[in-house]
Design a binder for this molecule. Structure first.
Ligand SMILES: [Zn+2]
Ligand SMILES: [Zn+2]
Length: 106
C-alpha cells in the first residue's frame, strides 16, 4: 500500500467509484493469491465442513472502513455468494434507503 494508492482509494470511496479499485492490477494480484491459498473454496462453509467453490474474495475489514487494509492479504478471505451477502447487511439497507427516497421524491 503506497500513499498514492491510499489516496486514490479514499477518493473512490468518496465518489462511490470503488469499482475502479476492484479492477486495479494491485487488487487483482492480491485476489488471485488469496484464491490460490484458499483453494477457491468458501472459508466460512469450510468451518462447517462443506466445500463450496467460489471466486469471490471478501475484505474482512471492509474497504470503506479500513482503506489502509485494502491490499493486505491477511485482511481477505474467499467466501461464497450466500456468506458474502451475510457479511454485507449494509448493502440491503442502502437498497431500502434508495427505495424510500425514490418514493419520497414521487
Ligand atoms: Zn459459504
Ligand atoms: Zn465483502
Amino acid at each position: 500500500m503506497t500513499p498514492e494508492i491510499l489516496k486514490q482509494i479514499r477518493t473512490e470511496i468518496k465518489d462511490d467509484s470503488l469499482i475502479k479499485f476492484y479492477h486495479s492490477k494491485q487488487w487483482q494480484s492480491v485476489r488471485h493469491e488469496r484464491l490460490r491459498l484458499d483453494h477457491y473454496e468458501c472459508q466460512v462453509c469450510k468451518t462447517q465442513g462443506k466445500h463450496t467453490h467460489s471466486t469471490t474474495v471478501h475484505h474482512i475489514e471492509h474497504v470503506r472502513d479500513k482503506p489502509m487494509l485494502a491490499l493486505e492479504l491477511k485482511n481477505t478471505e474467499t467466501i461464497c455468494r450466500m456468506h458474502h451477502n451475510m457479511e454485507h447487511p449494509e448493502k440491503l439497507q442502502e437498497f431500502h434507503k434508495d427505495k424510500f427516497e425514490n418514493q419520497e421524491r414521487w
